[in-house]
Design a binder for this molecule. Structure first.
Ligand SMILES: Cc1cc2nc3c(=O)[nH]c(=O)nc-3n(C[C@H](O)[C@H](O)[C@H](O)COP(=O)(O)OP(=O)(O)OC[C@H]3O[C@@H](n4cnc5c(N)ncnc54)[C@H](O)[C@@H]3O)c2cc1C
Length: 378
């Protein structure tokens, strides 16, 4: 028997589901959110670094109460060489659990309610959960990388789930305002050290064997301290259908993540704005079009760049890295925390890049897999 009926049900009370809930409430709707856990924000699967735009470029900007540290630059390393990027106030380190909780204030959320499956029923959806059955006219999947809404309703997608792991370590460290990023092979994967502040660092990685990589990295850097929390989760990289009948996906459920750095909070929240706008206009399919206009090109470009980086030989990658290192001042000037293609186009505009681009092109020509992918994209 159907337990509850709602015009709009959002599966998942992560930052994107909650932000969408706030926007819909703001536009006069009354959405119901179903969340599998007993509270919002826990467990944390995030390094908690966000660009300043998360607090300034939103329709309903979150407060900065959850900011723990302000980042003024980064040290980027590969294969034993590195360089510094100085960019005052480029990013913030947040308490991610508190951030999500703030976004959830005042929303109607049913906890301990895991969505199990969804079936089409009349104009809407019958939703089976661990807490009984629900019915919604409009169903939104904001239920993260392993979205049940995506799977149950067969949204088409082309994605890969990468493994993320992070330890919060309490140790004797001077407070710092600089993040460290060390690329590991293949080049799209990396390990980070983030100063949370008050003697805590976040050491994490996105790579194929995250436990072994973190152990190796912690030994290499001689990071001695107490691990006070472990955060892990999958990171979906790729593309996904956004709308199907009266259902839509948003956030990690829809692969709305930056392909180069794997940050998903900003893109997910901006995508929630586009979805809320489409719902307000009574034109759900408009969401997919708006999203393509806003993010489609950037995501496609960065996915291709990521694919090329993953398939480059080490020698060429070293040349690319050295070139980027030599051009650190340019990146400091034009780099955008959220839109990574701006750096690429600025480098391309400089004729001194051409030998490096030539090396990459030569490498691409000798790799049929990359060529095939390029032609398929055409
Ligand atoms: C190790 C790691 C580090 C990261 N670091 C960063 C970073 O520094 N900056 C950044 O921007 N991004 C980062 N990300 C990505 C970021 O965490 C995600 O992009 C972001 O959490 C997406 O938000 P979301 O609301 O779409 O999904 P989620 O945060 O995954 O929220 C989904 C919600 O749905 C609930 N749910 C799932 N399934 C069901 C179900 N069947 N029924 C009911 N509820 C369900 C979950 O409990 C959860 O509350 C990182 C990810 C990982 C794994």
């Amino acid at each position: 028997m159907t337990k509850k009926t709602a015009k709009i049900i959002i599966a998942g009370a992560g930052p994107v589901g909650c932000y969408l809930g706030q926007l819909l409430k703001h536009y006069g709707f009354n959405p119901l959110i179903l969340e599998e856990h007993s509270e919002v924000g826990k467990p944390v699967s995030c390094a908690g670094i966000v660009g300043k735009d998360v607090f300034s470029d939103m329709v309903l900007p979150p407060t900065k109460k959850t900011v723990l540290n302000v980042i003024d630059g980064a040290k980027i390393s590969y294969n034993g060489s590195g360089f510094l990027l100085k960019r005052p106030q480029v990013a913030f380190i947040i308490d991610r659990a508190a951030f999500d909780k703030e976004l959830s204030q005042g929303l109607k959320i049913e906890y301990n309610t895991r969505l199990l499956s969804v079936d089409r029923s009349g104009p809407g959806y019958r939703i089976k959960t661990t807490n009984g059955e629900y019915y919604a006219d409009l169903l939104i999947g904001a239920d993260g990388p392993n979205s049940k809404v995506r799977k149950s309703l067969n949204f088409s997608h082309n994605m890969k789930l990468y493994k993320g792991l992070q330890y919060r370590i309490k140790m004797e460290v001077p407070d710092s305002d600089r993040v460290e990023v060390s690329y590991v092979k293949p080049f799209s994967l990396f390990t980070w050290v983030i100063p949370e502040g008050k003697g805590v660092i976040r050491v994490g990685t996105i790579c194929d064997k995250p436990i072994a990589e973190l152990d190796r990295f912690i030994k290499e850097k001689n990071l001695k301290g107490e691990i006070i929390e472990k955060n892990a989760g999958p990171i979906p990289i790729g593309t996904c259908q956004l709308v199907k009948d009266n259902a839509a996906l948003v956030g990690d459920a829809a692969c709305q993540i930056k392909p180069i750095t794997s940050g998903g909070i900003y893109y997910g929240m901006k995508s929630a704005e586009l979805l809320a706008e489409a719902i307000r206009e009574g034109n759900l399919t408009g969401y997919e079009r708006k999203w393509n206009d806003e993010f489609g090109q950037e995501i496609r470009f960065c996915l291709l760049a990521r694919y090329i980086m993953e398939n480059m030989g080490e020698e060429v990658m070293q040349k690319v890295f050295d070139y980027v290192k030599d051009n650190a001042p340019l990146i400091e000037r034009v780099g955008d925390f959220e839109n990574h293609s701006t750096v690429f186009w600025s480098l391309v505009a400089n004729p001194r890049t051409y030998p490096t681009i030539g090396n990459v092109l030569l490498e691409v020509m000798t790799k049929p897999r990359i060529l095939f992918r390029l032609f398929r994209r055409k």
